[in-house]
Design a protein around this ligand. Structure first.
Ligand code: S3P
Length: 166
């Protein structure tokens, strides 16, 4: 089976959904941020941004997407910034259906606050909102399927993705 590639802004639920979705479909869950961390000598994405800079993170992101180009049977959770590098989407589209988890900005912000984890690019609401506006048309353009996530739980979103990809 083709991969299912989850894209969307920070807080759209990519990481929370990829495992239950993979389990339901008998596929392998993969998280690009985890693979990037393994390639780096750092303990967190935050540390890569702080010590190496965003550029190094983006290069590792491209390298990781390239490594995944020939994989099949996976559910891949991407980082929210993959759409800013067309080459990444080209790699991921090779064997994948791209699913956009569409989430409003206030909902994404609420979820991130609840989660309590910090994101290097979500420290300031205004800057994050600007990034959201910049990326929204890109998520739209690159996706094969769009699933609205506001007000839905993980189970509901997972079921909807499965219905839509079949
Ligand atoms: C980023 C999103 C993060 C992570 C990094 C950069 C972004 O992933 O890859 O902090 O540019 O939006 P999540 O979307 O899983 O938070």
């Amino acid at each position: 089976m083709k991969n299912i590639v989850l894209i969307g802004f920070m807080g759209s639920g990519k990481s929370s959904i990829h495992k239950p979705l993979a389990q339901k479909l008998g596929l392998r869950p993969i998280e690009i941020d985890d693979l990037i961390l393994k390639k780096s000598n750092r303990k967190s994405v935050e540390e890569i941004f702080e010590k190496d800079g965003e550029q190094v993170f983006r290069e590792l992101e491209i390298e990781t997407a390239k490594d995944l180009k020939n994989q099949v049977d996976c559910v891949i959770a991407t980082g929210g910034g993959v759409v800013q590098n067309k080459i990444i989407l080209d790699y991921l589209k090779t064997n994948g259906t791209i699913v956009y988890l569409k989430t409003s900005f206030p909902e994404a912000e609420k979820r991130l606050a609840r989660e309590g984890k910090t994101r290097p690019l979500f420290k300031n609401t205004k800057a994050a909102q600007k990034l959201y506006k910049l990326r929204e048309p890109l998520y739209n353009a690159y996706s094969d399927i769009e699933v609205q996530t506001d007000g839905k739980n993980i189970e509901e979103i997972t079921v909807e993705i499965i219905e839509r990809i079949h």
